[in-house]
Design a protein. Structure first.
Length: 120
C-alpha cells in the first residue's frame, strides 16, 4: 500500500511503514507540514495515498467521506502519548494484514487492541 503520513505523527513513522513493505511519504517532506486538512486530504486523493493521522477531524464522515479515499487511518493518541507509544500503535496496526485490503474506501480508527472499520 501507499501511505501519506500526517504531520502529527513522528517522522520515523515512514521507516516503520517501509519496513512492512509499503510506500510512505511524510507531508513535511513534500512541503505540506503546515497545510490545512483539506489540502492534505486532496493531495492524498489525487495521489492515491491512504492517509495516516492522529487528527480526529479526518474521522468526520461528512467532511471526509471514506468512499472518496484510498483509505483513512486515524490513530487514537492520548495527549500524553510519547513517540514510542505512537510508533508502537502504528506497528500493531500494520501487523493486522487482514485489515489492509479493506482500507480502500474505509475509515479505520486504531486504538490499542482494537481497530474499527467504517465505510459510508
Amino acid at each position: 500500500m501507499r501511505f501519506l503520513i500526517d504531520a502529527d505523527l513522528p517522522r520515523s513513522s515512514v521507516q516503520i511503514i517501509r519496513r512492512y513493505g509499503h510506500e510512505a511519504t511524510d507531508v513535511r517532506d513534500i512541503g505540506m507540514g503546515a497545510s490545512k486538512d483539506e489540502a492534505i486530504a486532496r493531495y492524498a486523493q489525487q495521489e492515491g495515498l491512504c492517509l495516516i493521522t492522529g487528527d480526529f477531524d479526518f474521522a468526520d464522515l461528512r467532511s471526509y467521506p471514506p468512499s472518496s479515499f484510498p483509505g483513512i487511518v486515524v490513530l487514537v493518541i492520548p495527549g500524553t502519548a510519547t513517540s514510542a507509544y505512537i510508533l508502537e500503535l502504528l506497528e500493531r496496526f500494520l501487523e493486522q494484514v487482514r485489515v489492509l485490503p479493506e482500507l480502500p474506501g474505509s475509515l479505520a480508527i486504531v486504538e490499542p487492541g482494537r481497530i474499527r472499520l467504517r465505510s459510508e
